[in-house]
Design a protein around this ligand. Structure first.
Ligand SMILES: Cc1ncc(COP(=O)(O)O)c(C=O)c1O
Length: 484
């Protein structure tokens, strides 16, 4: 019996943790067996999810606890049973990766040691390992590792807001003292950019409508001509462009904007270039796909999520900047965290690398993964998922009841079910919900060009071609039932 108040760290830490981890893993195993599929059947109204939750967790904060072992056993099983399992081949909706066991194990250590990166004296090894991971990724994307820097983030959303905050500060500082125009700051991104770009503009006080949507070319990439036109329109209105955001891997189609052309335009206009490579950034591991990211090294800042194409448990975002000095606007001298004399003596903190203060050592799991698999190992996983997307696309093309939107770029496949009768949008939306309700599959649903589309986001390298065929057959069967 393990006491509920034993600590995870210190000399006795591992002995305290071991039986609890055994209990937690037992719950994980039982929950997976009970679920027996990618998700629990019954949707949000399912009894186990609604009432089961209260039965297991109790109502509110109990006066007396049940003890560590029982709480962990019951709740681990319930949580797993009523979760969605990205490791199931029929779970293919979102950029929601099945994490590598080695990364999850490393994350247990990060949790037990509980370093924080905002001051050296809360995590010297955490500070060092984050610097290593940043250097490795900076090198891979073609930045000069001596001048580039960065930090782990909670994901693309935080990386995008951080990049745009630095862009705004950079533009403000560049304009200081100059007789520059006083119009509204503007950020340019493609129509298919992630919604967090416009939300970042809002968070920064610029208003969400400060994000100007630039038109797309025939492959739904940002059209450089349209970027020129948008910049001219901003100029005519007396407003001030401060940044261009290119996307390397749009959420639905995985489209990669033409980064070299966009970088050229940003350079000509003296604009900050942020590349949202939250999804596509992991392609740097693949020798086959890395050329798609050419030009990334010309960006001022880059977002890469290794909890997407990187097989890390959430959160494993990376925010990189071309030159460490670009972080200057985030630097703060805080007496209790990073006094000047400590820093001069070499006790460096990473406070000035993030909008957050307390920050866990998410880099440990990434460093362990890089060391365990190397670029080749991770690249093979990327290639495998890319191959699976190619297979799924050709199966969709072979199936008369399905129609493919376009050839996959990365690992997503967007298509529609063609109903014999009824409104196609409504049938596609309902068939997906039917699959959720029956606990059969988790596939994506999205909308563009005024139509509902279905999407497979393939991030499970252990999925087989047979699994994909079975999943598509399940989709067709669900569509047929909706039309019956
Ligand atoms: C292109 C892109 N950027 C940013 C994000 C946001 O990432 P996160 O959810 O990790 O904050 C996503 C999420 O899917 C994305 O696809």
């Amino acid at each position: 019996m393990t006491s509920s108040t034993q600590l995870a760290g210190g000399n006795g830490g591992p002995e305290h943790l071991l039986p609890l981890i055994d209990t937690a893993l037992e719950g994980l195993g039982k929950g997976t067996v009970e679920r027996n599929g990618p998700l629990p059947a019954g949707g949000p109204g399912s009894n186990g999810l609604r009432t089961g939750s209260t039965a297991v967790t109790g109502e509110g904060c109990p006066n007396t606890g049940v003890g560590a072992t029982r709480a962990l056993a019951e709740m681990s099983q319930w949580f797993t049973q009523y979760a969605i399992d990205p490791a199931d081949p029929a779970c293919a909706a979102h950029l929601h990766t099945p994490p590598l066991a080695v990364a999850v194990a490393a994350d247990v250590v990060a949790g037990a040691v509980n370093s924080s990166l905002d001051s050296w004296d809360q995590g010297p090894s955490g500070v060092a390992v984050e610097a290593d991971v940043v250097r490795a990724l900076a090198h891979l994307i073609g930045y000069c590792p001596e001048t580039a820097t960065g930090a782990m983030t909670s994901g693309g959303t935080e990386s995008n807001v951080t990049g745009l905050m630095l862009a705004r500060e950079h533009a403000t500082r560049a304009a200081a003292g100059k007789a520059s125009r006083r119009g509204r700051p503007r950020i340019l991104c493609s129509t298919d950019a992630h919604f967090s770009v416009a939300r970042s503009a809002g968070v920064l006080g610029l208003g969400e409508d400060a994000a100007i949507e630039v038109g797309l070319d025939s492959r739904r990439r940002m059209d450089p001509e349209s970027l020129h036109t948008a910049l001219a329109a901003i100029d005519d209105a007396g407003d001030v462009p401060i940044a261009v955001v290119a996307t390397a891997g749009t959420t639905d189609l995985g489209t990669i904007d033409p980064i070299p052309e966009i970088a050229g335009i940003a350079e000509t206009h003296g604009l900050w270039l942020h590349v949202d490579a939250a999804y596509g950034g992991g392609a740097v591991f693949s020798h086959r796909l890395a050329p798609l990211l050419d030009g990334l090294e010309r960006a001022d800042s880059v977002a890469i999520d290794l909890h997407k194409l990187g097989w890390q448990p959430v959160a494993a975002g990376l925010f990189l900047v071309r030159d460490a000095t670009l972080f200057d606007p985030l630097q703060r001298r805080v007496a209790y965290l990073n006094s000047e004399d400590d820093e001069q003596a070499g006790y460096r903190s990473l406070l000035g690398r993030s909008l957050r203060t307390t920050r866990r050592a998410d880099a440990l799991k990434v460093a362990v993964t890089l060391r365990a698999l190397g670029r080749t190992g991770l690249g093979a996983l990327v290639d495998r998922c890319h191959d699976l997307a190619g297979h799924a696309a050709s199966r969709v093309n072979d199936e008369p009841r399905l129609t493919l939107h376009s050839d996959p770029v990365l690992t997503t496949v967007v298509f529609r079910y063609l109903p014999r009768a009824g409104d196609p949008d409504s049938v596609n939306a309902r068939l997906r919900r039917r699959l959720l309700d029956e606990g059969r599959a988790v596939i994506g649903r999205t909308e563009f060009d005024g139509a509902v589309h279905l999407k497979l986001t393939l991030l499970n390298p252990n999925t087989t071609e047979g699994d994909i065929d079975a999943l598509l057959e399940t989709v067709v069967a669900a569509g047929d039932k909706e039309c019956a």
